[in-house]
Design a protein around this ligand. Structure first.
Ligand code: NAD
Length: 241
């Protein structure tokens, strides 16, 4: 039985914040502070600060954690290079779980993508397609970016192609296509397509509920307590390294 953990939640009025708050008790987490736009972001009185808001809150989230030496769980996506640097810098002093996707299934997809890229080698073309609800603000999704990072690393390809339009010419072998589809109330879907001559493999994850992300974030909140300073992700939490 896990002991109750006190959490401050940033983005508390949002879709993810509300889901985390609704599930917290069942995951042995007590939400002691609900913070949203206009609030002073602070972590006093909390064992962990959980952030699912917008990337412009990142600096304040990191500063709050540093001020009280409180570990962070960051699920927010769409960060600029500078905002990512702020997280990396805070991780020198704090343990931080920063994950573009907290679902177990998507982290399995990350692992499968890595394995498939190794098996298929250079002769398969790589494309990523993601779909989310019409209210999502950033594109492509943080999860699609993580999938692209995995493929770039495995195939040593640097070029990402965000959609195609007009006379773009034949597809080269040194690119990874990324396509963001938006509409309706889709919680989150990601496909990685490996297209070869005469065959094609598609790995797809479909999230039907935000609960999967919220439960993962609450699990990460328990896991991060007492860890050494550093930047971790959900694969560390799940022991998939
Ligand atoms: P949302 O728009 O429903 O909620 C965001 C909330 O953050 C809103 O209530 C908004 O008022 C608040 N907010 C915005 N700026 C703020 C600030 N500066 N300070 C405090 N609060 C602020 O969005 P959502 O669907 O709940 O998603 C939130 C974030 O989490 C997005 O970046 C999304 O991409 C990400 N997300 C991550 C995962 C994951 O598993 N890592 C899963 C789903 C969503």
């Amino acid at each position: 039985m896990k002991s109750a953990l006190r959490a401050a939640v940033v983005g508390a009025a949002g879709r993810m914040g509300q889901t985390i708050i609704a599930l917290a008790n069942s995951e042995s987490v007590e939400v002691v502070s609900k913070l949203d736009q206009g609030d002073q972001i602070a972590s006093a009185g909390a064992d962990v600060l959980i952030d699912f808001s917008q990337s412009d809150a990142t600096n304040a989230v990191c500063e709050a954690g540093l001020k009280t030496n409180t570990p962070l769980v960051i699920g927010t996506t769409g960060h600029s290079v500078e905002q990512r640097k702020a997280i990396e810098s805070a991780a020198k002093k704090l343990p931080i779980v920063f994950a573009s996707n907290f679902s177990v299934g998507v982290n399995a997809l990350f692992w499968l993508t890595e394995q498939a890229a190794r098996i298929f080698g250079d002769s398969f073309d790589l494309e990523i397609v993601e779909m989310h609800h019409r209210l999502k603000k950033d594109a492509p999704s943080g999860t699609a970016r993580t999938l692209a990072e995995i493929l770039k690393r495995e195939r040593k390809i640097a070029q990402l192609r965000y959609g195609r339009e007009g006379m773009v010419g034949e597809r080269g072998s040194s690119e990874i296509g990324i396509h963001a589809v938006r509409g309706g109330d889709v919680v989150g879907e990601h496909s990685v397509i490996f297209a070869g001559n005469g065959e094609r493999v598609e790995l797809t994850h479909r999230a039907a509920s935000r609960e999967t992300f919220a439960r993962g974030a609450l699990r990460a909140a328990h896991w991060v307590i007492g860890k050494e300073p550093g930047l971790y992700d959900m694969r560390d939490v799940l022991g998939l390294r």
